[in-house]
Every structure is written in structure tokens, then in C-alpha cells.
Design a protein. Structure first.
Length: 108
């Protein structure tokens, strides 16, 4: 999936901007407005876990504005995001032969 944003104005990496609304939904938000408020109110530790970079001068992790997240979600291709997430989950799923322990040698 390609980044739909122009080069000018890229302040936040794409992955945290996609992870933040997903985390907000997992905590119970039900709308874009509520997700934006959740992201804006998130503690710096949560923003760090989501992957937002700290400001090099202050060390503070600024949260993106709700409009930034909303504009990005409107511009991304939902089908391409679904395919990318599905491919990631399939790659992370252990194959049956990998998850079973090797057979132990028989006792004599």
C-alpha cells in the first residue's frame, strides 16, 4: 500500500497514523470524532508504543490532530489496507508443521 500523502507536510509516519485509530477502536471508540479525541488525549507512553517519534528538541511526542487522522483515513484505499493486513496476519500465523513439537525418540 502506498502512502497517499504528498511529500510536503509529512510530519508523522504512516504506520503510527494507521495504528492509532485501530487502537482507539479497540478501546471502544465508535466514530472518527471519538477516535480523534482519544488520539489527542493519549499519554506520551501510548504514543511511543504506537510509534510516534519524539520531538528531537523537547523529547515530547506530539499527538496528531484529529483532522490529520481523518484526512488520511479518507484518502487511503480501504481494500488495499485490508489486503496488506491480511497478508501480514497470514505471514505471522504459524504453519501447522512449525507449531507442533518434533516427535520424541521412542524409549528402548
Amino acid at each position: 500500500m502506498s502512502d497517499p500523502r504528498g511529500l510536503r507536510g509529512r510530519r508523522y509516519p504512516l504506520l503510527p497514523l494507521l495504528c492509532a485509530p485501530a487502537a482507539a477502536v479497540l478501546t471502544g471508540t465508535r466514530s472518527l470524532m471519538a477516535s480523534g479525541e482519544w488520539i489527542g488525549d493519549a499519554p506520551e507512553a501510548v504514543l511511543g508504543v504506537l510509534g510516534f517519534p519524539a520531538d528531537p528538541f523537547t523529547g515530547i511526542r506530539p499527538a496528531p490532530h484529529a483532522a490529520t487522522v481523518r484526512r488520511l483515513l479518507r484518502r487511503i484505499d480501504g481494500d488495499a489496507l485490508d489486503v496488506a493486513i491480511g497478508a501480514y496476519r497470514q505471514a505471522r500465523t504459524a504453519r501447522p508443521e512449525e507449531s507442533e513439537p518434533p516427535p520424541k525418540p521412542a524409549l528402548r
